[in-house]
Design a protein around this ligand. Sequence first.
Ligand code: ATP
Ligand code: MG
Length: 594
Amino acid sequence: MDDISGKMLALETTTPAIVRDAARLAALRHAALLDTPAEEAFDRLTRLATKILHAPTALVALVDEDRQFFKSCVGLPEPWASQRETPLSHSFCQHTIASGEPLVIVDARVHPLVHDNLAIRDLNVVAYAGIPLITADGAALGSFCVIDGQPRAWTAAEIEILKELSASVIAEIDLRRATREAQHQAKIQQFLAQVSRVLADSLDYETTLQSVARLVVPLLADGCVIDVIEEDGSRRQVACAAAATTHESLIQELCSALKDAPDPVAEAARMGQMRQLVGVFDATEALFNASYLHIVRQLNLRSGLAIPMIAHEHIVGVITLLFTEDHDQYAAYDLIAAEDLAHRAALAVDNARLYDVARQAILARDNLLAMASHDLRTPLGVIKGYAHLIQMRIDRAETLDKGVLDASFERIDGAVQKMVYQLDELVDISHLQAGQTLALSYELTDIVRLVRRTVEEQQELAPRHRLSVVSELPELIGSYDVVRVERVLINLLTNSIKYSTRGGDILVSLAADEDGAGSWVTIRVQDHGIGIPAADLSQIFQRFYRAGNVDGIKGTGIGLATVEWIVTQHGGQVALESTEGVGTTVTLRLPLAQ
Ligand code: ATP
Ligand code: MG
């Protein structure tokens, strides 16, 4: 018992701090030599060292956290020769990496640094000469050393030879790492090309992003989750991949749990900057409900990266990479690859969305043109009819009664006015489409009268509905573009009429109020029609947007956008409240004359 605690104490006090340095250990793992079989490239050098320096033992020792591993060993006694490692209690090499200088020992038994090292007793290490193995990046991985069982005064020439040989060892290590990195980079280039191909394959980005997530694992990460940011700013997970498919549902569950926490993924989405998921998966620092920690353990997750997907300067989503290893530092080319991946995915999402918008706009425009040409046909028919009538009478040399003629011209004039109105509306819509402002022609108008007149006209066209107007005051004067405000009212009234498919009451009420900004009229149009599903409400003022419950009811989805556009250009506001199956109320606020 005493013996063991004595050993432990010795280990604690003699192991230099650099041995446990995280960056050094990361570099050691990255060299990918621990626990690999012996190889001729290294054995040749150890053999050569024993021969040239006439020493019984030579080692390429890599110093791990709590052991030294021999990538090559010549002349070690058993069981060490087969085990190819010893605990640090038996390591001289740890001191070599601590100093970063050659360590030359004539007689270990009397050397202050190692006189109590167990290698003296167990491995018969008496004389030792070791050169630290320091990579091109400056990480000390271990040492190249020769050992003798007798005290020995190493000559300067011998140390020089040892240095030359150890330079070959480190060159071999660096070369391997460079080759591996080059191979990894080539794989990443291949991967990015493949990602581009997958993304270009289809405009259905949800499917393509799932394929992309599958490509990410395991080359770039052990798990991958892709979220897209919807138009309303909400985040939606669209893809998830893990090395084992059974892990995918666990990752999904975990990432949704993350949402309730101060979430690095949300932060990446908000700030448009890469965020590391450090400490997220630690029990002590768990950002989410501790009940999810069992998933973290099961998946063995250690770290992660949340990379925003940015296209055309807006954030369309976040790619989250999850790792089963601690990643304090990511290889620069992996980070570049991750950003490149996120950029390509972002462009694909953005293009697919733009394509969708363009396709809908084209569809809506075709629809609008079809409806417009259909609507123009009615007044054209009237004009044609009356012109034909007059022509017939002239042909038959009938006397043309002035009363009849006046009536005909009045109808023709009415039809022409209607066409002009419709064409003006089309021109306005095309301005709206182009994002231009309207040139309004203001005139002082009694809005109560305008509302009453418009409601009366619409009532004539909707015999199954009962339209009524209630006004707090008999007259309310404001400065408006009458044609445009009338168009706003017509749009709201026709909506209330057509979306109240079973007829019913439609109430228009007017009220006036004042606030710091001036006097206002509030016009409310209320119906008891089909209403609008809650999910559609946030987008209902968007051009060409139609709710999900309008099946069979004709429309282009431009009316409310026009309403909002005209009202805001008058310095007013519009709001809509609706419950599906109950009804809709649209409220306009327009400024009144002072
Ligand atoms: P149009 O361009 O011919 O007016 P539209 O009526 O479909 O076509 P909007 O007036 O912009 O377009 O309305 C957009 C959508 O809002 C409608 O498609 C419908 O889903 C919903 N909506 C608007 N007003 C009402 C209402 N009063 N009741 C129920 N749904 C409505
Ligand atoms: Mg409409």
